[in-house]
Design a protein around this ligand. Sequence first.
Ligand code: FE2
Length: 353
Amino acid sequence: MIKILLTSVKYGMRLAKPVFTTEGKLLIDKGAFLREGYVYKLLNFGINEVYVEWDKNQHPPEYIEAITEDIKNNARTAMIEVIENIKLAKAVDADEIKQLVGQMIDRLLNNKETILYLTDIRTVDNYTFEHSLNVCLYALILGIALAYDNAKLETLGIGALLHDIGKLATPDEILNKPSRLEEQEYEIIKRHVLEGHRMIMLVPDINEEVALIIRDHHERYDGKGYPMGKSGKEIHEFARIVAICDVYDALTSDRVYKKRIPIHQAIEYLISMGNHQFDYTLTRLFINQLAIYPEGTFVKLETGEIAEVIKENRQWPTRPIVAIKYNTEGQALKLPYSVDLAKQLNIGIVHSL
Ligand SMILES: [Fe+2]
């Protein structure tokens, strides 16, 4: 069994796991053979990956998941162990976390294509864990773009993975409160940076910069962050990186109290906050690493049609060249045709599928 992007699905492949909506409703059961109508239906529900049966002797398809289930499982185990030990005030063994971050670095360095598909890694369940993992991946990608060596990548990755560890000390009622936080509750949440710093300083052999990331990831470039109100380059570069990745992932993930916003809006937000909240140079570099509409992505157009991105536009990333594949009724076109959205300014992309 492998997980593949819907855009790489070949008709006739057999589903190895049932597909559910985010509300938990069964869409297509395991064992079904994928047909054209199914792909459209799934894309329309915002699903872009499925598990299909796969014979080990076959060549893998062009796309394989951004981050393997193995890495995810290792991450889960390592994080649970760290959390348990911290809760029990036991010594924390940082080796497992180091190994895990090492695996992620190797995978990212050996598989540049992965970067394009990072937008697919999120899931709604288990927000804190997924969020930590996403922030770690984004931070590593930015670190790689900054040509960091392995030692720096490791420190950055560990700090990013553990950046919110102090939330272990925040009561669940406050963390998962579906409504607006009272001033007083917000003050309690804010404590997670100093709590986390305290927790991590108890770990033997931990790099001090890891603790800095944890303490300073809510500092803001204009000095309006917390806990100390540091500004500009006073904030360690690693913490400036994690701040961007943290906010980007929070904006683009579903939370108990708010729905995610589309990627292009999150990007616009980050840019608009440049040098107020974030280091603008790092923000630009981060955005350059995210393909907003990577080739092969399916998008919904303002006309209601579904199209596939066939060529990115680096100058104007929200206006790639697309091939219209499905009409407004969801029927596949016998002869898909291409449209350059940089020339057809009356048609925009509503969102990617
Ligand atoms: Fe945080």
